[in-house]
Design a protein around this ligand. Structure first.
Ligand SMILES: [Fe+2]
Ligand SMILES: [Fe+2]
Length: 200
């Protein structure tokens, strides 16, 4: 799917379906973090006003997703709970920054944008797996919910890649770096995929 070089561990879908409330809680936390990350990136992108604007719009969409998952939780009377650290996202960012060759402000910002792209891509893959499995279960409402989110997160993936290209002023360089980061992501993702969580 998208730029991912390794598919999710085949066990993940059954783990996720065995505890859907936990997946929905984690998903709500992911959307909240997606919004705050986009806003944090906007403040780092002050030298690129168009990038700031795009990130603020992206954050607004993630907030709408957060609200939509909250609606699902309320419907099921599942409490939101406190978000834990997203170990997958934290490890991915650490591993990517450790491999950075271009340590200029633009290079660092574009790496963070590309990490955002990878997280969107992995979320997309997982949403697709969930919607296919939920379809087999006949849960039509949630299937539509995850299909819509799949489309939105796929668009976010492309936006993050485009924004990295804008920051570098070089689309081809952003693509090359994206491929390298996708390789790092595959190694990180291989250590996950066994918990009922979007990136777990
Ligand atoms: Fe989202
Ligand atoms: Fe997103």
């Amino acid at each position: 799917v998208l730029c991912l070089t390794q598919p999710t561990d085949a066990r993940w879908v059954s783990v996720a379906l065995s505890d859907l409330p936990s997946v929905l809680v984690d998903h709500a936390h992911c959307e909240m973090k997606a919004a705050t990350t986009a806003l944090a990136l906007a403040t780092r992108a002050d030298a690129f006003p168009e990038v700031v604007r795009a990130l603020v719009m992206l954050a607004e969409e993630e907030l709408a997703h957060f609200r939509a998952v909250l609606d699902e939780l309320e419907r099921r009377e599942v409490p939101l709970g406190r978000p834990p650290v997203d170990a997958y996202a934290a490890e991915l960012l650490r591993a990517v920054l450790a491999t950075a060759r271009d340590r200029s402000p633009a290079g660092a910002l574009s790496d963070r944008l590309l990490v955002g792209a990878l997280i969107e891509a992995r979320s997309c893959e997982r949403f697709k797996l969930l919607s296919l499995a939920l379809d087999e279960r006949g849960d039509a409402l949630l299937v539509r919910f995850y299909e819509e989110l799949f489309t939105a997160e796929a668009r976010h993936y492309r936006q993050y890649v485009d924004l990295a290209g804008q920051v570098l002023g070089d689309e081809a360089r952003a693509r090359t770096r994206l491929a390298a980061i996708a390789g790092v992501e595959a190694e990180v993702a291989a250590r996950f995929g066994t918990r009922p969580a979007i990136h777990g």
